[in-house]
Structures are given as structure tokens and as C-alpha cells.
Design a protein around this ligand. Structure first.
Ligand SMILES: Cc1cc2nc3c(=O)[nH]c(=O)nc-3n(C[C@H](O)[C@H](O)[C@H](O)COP(=O)(O)OP(=O)(O)OC[C@H]3O[C@@H](n4cnc5c(N)ncnc54)[C@H](O)[C@@H]3O)c2cc1C
Length: 417
């Protein structure tokens, strides 16, 4: 069985952060991803904007360095614009993404750090010895296999590794809700100089809702974003509630989402000037799932921590995105981050009862409100990098690193703390 110092499961922002963070700390790293490309929700669910890289207050300072910033620099090498787009409407600062450029940039980043990249590879089971994780079972396109590791990072977004390892997960218990799912729609066939007439879009959604079986709660016409390097626009209009974590409910959401998207785009074609020839370029490969299994970490970041921008002594990543709540489909709301415009995520939100397993990205410990902040991709790069560094230190010293050791390595890797 092949053996690694650190095994990272999941190749989204958190997984890339973890794999590169661990490799930069001297570890031999395997990174596995079930799709044929990296990027997570950005590339598999068309979430085409990075949030959390910049503070959303009047200062607008950059909050993410390290691996996340290296990913942006890879995009810049491909002539992508990595300057934040400042929304007049919300005050938020986001970086717009071309999904194909992002896939390529993340390949370059990960491979340049000699990470063993295993695409089309799905985690299916784990092996434990006493309290520690020892190995994982995988299935790739052609075979099943196992890898052994000294330390592990769960960057699956859904807490798959932690669940397989037997950690309990918080599901709608002390939590208020699940965040709703969304199906971003990429629209093509639009004029180069299109400006979005929000009133016309709102009116078209109202026309759609009058005749629809499945109505659209975003009566404000949703969110439109230009897709870089194209005349296409991304339309965030289809939201679907998730009442439980079950595959049959996600399957239903996929086909319902596609029906809503197709019917609604037909209404745009007939009702809105400029949209006469528009068509759906893409809606996938999967619906965007904001929230699923949430493994129990040693600390759950709290709303109150972010309301005052708390700086924990064991802080390993900045959380600068407002607490964005999607518990009611179609009605997002925002709670600002207080203090100096960011809070620090403590290392304890990444560590678990299993001494050689760390959580990263949207699997880390957070209450329902703080989750709305830490789950965004900029922050996920940063918590991923910290998880990777902690796992690499564990692999070197065979005991859990102290937070000051993780912080020192992160600073050396130019993370912003
Ligand atoms: C509709 C929607 C809109 C959003 N809008 C924004 C936004 O505008 N900006 C922003 O920054 N964030 C946004 N978010 C939040 C953000 O996309 C996620 O919280 C973020 O992607 C979390 O990063 P991650 O790396 O933890 O997880 P993910 O991006 O989900 O990555 C997890 C990876 O693990 C892989 N994986 C899962 N299980 C396995 C397995 N068993 N074996 C192998 N691989 C596995 C998945 O394929 C995936 O690539 C949005 C989310 C949704 C759903």
C-alpha cells in the first residue's frame, strides 16, 4: 500500500490550501478529488466568484495571503484580472472567475509543489487503529485501492472523511437550519454590450411565477455576474431548500432546478430585450450545496466571535466575509464582521477528537451564523492551509502541534493572520 505523510481528501479551495500548505512544510502529500479537476464548488457548481479574500468594510484590506494568494497569482499569470470587484449594491468585494482558467491555474499550483494529485478518485471508507486514522479506501475510474497516511485533512465540503472516521456530525440539531442549495445558470447568446435591466428581469420572474409549478422566491430578479473572457452571464436565481441530507432530495433538487432554469430562461427570451437568443450554456456538473454534514470540532466559532472580530491567540486564518445566511431560499441576509473587519479562526475549530485528522474549508467548527462567513472560498483556502500545516507537523513529530508552531509556519508561508 502506498504511504504518504499527509492525505488530503477533496480538491476545492480548502483541499488545495491544505495540500500546498502541507507540501510547503516538507510533507509528502496526496490530494484526491472525485471529479477530473480541482476547484470544488467554483468549478463543479459554477460558483464563479471568490469571496473572503478582501474585507467588506470601508478599508477593503486583503484578508487572505499564503496559498490562496498564490492561486490568484497563478490566475494573474494567465492574464486574469485578480483585482476585487466592489459591489455598489452590497459593499462586498469579490474576485470574478473563469472556470477553465481556474482549473488550469490550480493544476499548475498543486503540481509545482510536487503534490501527488489523484483525480477521478473518490474516498469510500477509512481504516482506524485505536483512536487514529491509518488508511483510506478509494475508488478511481478503473480500480479500488488503499493509501496509508500519517495525518489526514477532511476538505470534502461534506465532512465525508470525518463521518467515515466515526466523528459525530451536527445536523440540524442545535443548528437553526440548513442553508439552501442553488443552481447557478450560465447564459450565452447575449449581446456583447448587454446591460442588465433589473426591472425587466423582475417583471419576467413575476411572469414566470404566474404560470410556474415550482415558483422562484428571488423576486428581486436574482444576481447577475459577467463571466470573464466571454459574453456570457451567470444568473443566480434558482434556490432550493434542503430539509435533510439525503441523496434522493439532492436528486430531486437537480431535476427540479433544471426544470425551473429551462422554463425561466424561456420566459426571459420572450419578455426581456437583449435576451431573445439567450440559452443555457451550463448548469453543472452538480447543484451547489451550501451546507451538509458538519463534523464536531474541538471549538465551534460563534456569531459573537465574529460580531466583535475576536482575535484568538490560536488564530490561524482571517474570516472577513459577512455572515451570509441562506436559510430561507431566495432571501439571503448579511451580518457584518465587527472589530477591525475580520475575526481569527482558532486552530481548535480545525482539530477533532481524532488526533491525526484536521477539518478544512466549510467542514470546520462553526455555529449556524459563523458558518455563513467561514464557508466562502477565500477563507477556505486559509483554513485549508492551516489544516495542511498542522497535519504536516503531526507527521514530522508524531504528536499534535501547538498552535504557536502552526502559526509560525503559516507566517513563514505568507499567510495573513
Ligand atoms: C450556490 C452557492 C453559491 C456560493 N457563492 C459563493 C461565492 O460567491 N463565493 C464564495 O467564495 N463562496 C461561495 N459559496 C460557498 C463556497 O462555494 C463553499 O463553501 C466552498 O466551496 C467551500 O470550499 P471547500 O473546499 O471546503 O469545499 P468544496 O468547494 O465543496 O470542495 C470539496 C471538494 O471535495 C470533493 N469531494 C467531496 N467528497 C469527496 C469524496 N468522497 N472523495 C473525493 N472527493 C470528494 C468535491 O468534489 C469537491 O471538489 C457558495 C456556495 C454555493 C453552494
Amino acid at each position: 500500500m502506498e504511504s504518504f505523510d499527509v492525505i488530503v481528501c477533496g480538491g476545492g479551495a480548502a483541499g488545495v490550501g491544505a495540500a500546498v500548505g502541507a507540501a510547503q512544510s516538507g510533507a509528502r502529500v496526496a490530494l484526491l478529488e472525485r471529479y477530473g479537476f480541482l476547484g470544488g464548488a467554483a468549478t463543479n457548481a459554477q460558483v464563479l466568484s471568490y469571496c473572503g479574500f478582501y474585507q467588506c468594510d470601508s478599508r477593503g484590506d486583503r484578508a487572505i495571503g499564503g496559498v490562496g494568494y498564490q492561486a490568484l497569482l497563478e490566475l494573474a499569470k494567465l492574464r486574469e484580472n485578480i483585482q476585487p470587484h466592489h459591489s455598489e449594491l452590497t459593499g462586498n468585494r469579490i474576485i470574478l472567475l473563469d472556470p477553465e482558467k481556474l482549473k488550469y491555474a490550480l493544476d499548475q499550483l498543486v503540481l509545482s509543489h510536487r503534490v501527488e494529485l489523484l483525480l477521478h478518485t473518490t474516498l469510500v471508507q477509512v481504516k482506524k487503529q485505536d483512536s487514529h486514522l491509518q488508511a483510506i479506501d478509494l475508488v478511481d475510474l478503473f480500480q479500488q485501492k488503499s493509501l496509508s497516511g500519517t495525518a489526514f485533512v477532511d476538505a470534502t465540503g461534506n465532512g465525508q472523511l470525518a463521518r467515515f472516521a466515526g466523528l459525530s456530525c451536527r445536523v440540524n440539531q442545535q443548528e437553526k437550519h440548513f442553508q439552501s442549495m442553488s443552481l447557478p445558470i450560465r447564459l450565452g447568446g447575449l449581446p456583447k454590450d448587454l446591460t442588465i435591466d433589473r426591472e425587466a428581469i423582475k417583471a419576467a420572474v413575476a411572469v414566470y411565477n404566474q404560470q410556474a409549478v415550482f415558483t422562484i422566491p428571488r423576486q428581486d430578479g436574482g444576481v447577475f455576474m459577467r463571466v470573464p473572457n466571454s459574453n456570457d452571464w451567470l444568473w443566480m436565481i434558482v434556490d432550493l431548500g434542503l430539509s435533510d441530507i439525503r441523496e434522493d432530495l439532492v436528486t430531486k433538487a437537480e431535476w427540479m432546478g433544471r426544470k425551473i432554469a429551462n422554463d425561466c430562461v424561456a420566459v426571459l427570451r420572450s419578455e426581456v430585450t437583449g435576451f431573445e437568443h439567450c440559452h443555457i450554456v451550463n448548469t453543472g456538473p452538480q447543484i451547489g450545496i451550501r451546507e451538509a454534514w458538519r463534523p464536531v470540532a474541538q471549538y465551534a466559532l460563534k456569531r459573537e466571535d465574529l460580531e466583535i472580530g475576536r482575535k484568538f491567540d490560536s488564530g490561524i486564518a482571517r474570516a472577513a466575509w459577512p455572515m451570509e445566511d441562506h436559510s430561507k431560499p431566495g432571501k439571503p441576509s448579511y451580518l457584518p464582521i465587527g472589530g477591525s473587519g475580520y475575526g481569527l479562526v482558532p486552530l481548535e475549530a480545525l482539530s477533532t477528537k481524532i488526533p491525526n485528522l484536521w477539518l478544512a474549508g466549510r467542514t470546520i467548527g462553526a455555529d449556524a451564523d459563523a458558518y455563513g462567513s467561514i464557508r466562502v472560498m477565500g477563507t477556505s483556502f486559509a483554513t485549508g492551509q492551516a489544516a495542511g500545516v498542522a497535519a504536516a507537523l503531526f507527521a514530522q513529530q508524531h504528536e499534535c502541534p501547538q498552535s504557536y508552531q502552526v502559526i509560525a509556519k503559516l507566517k513563514a508561508q505568507e499567510a495573513l493572520l
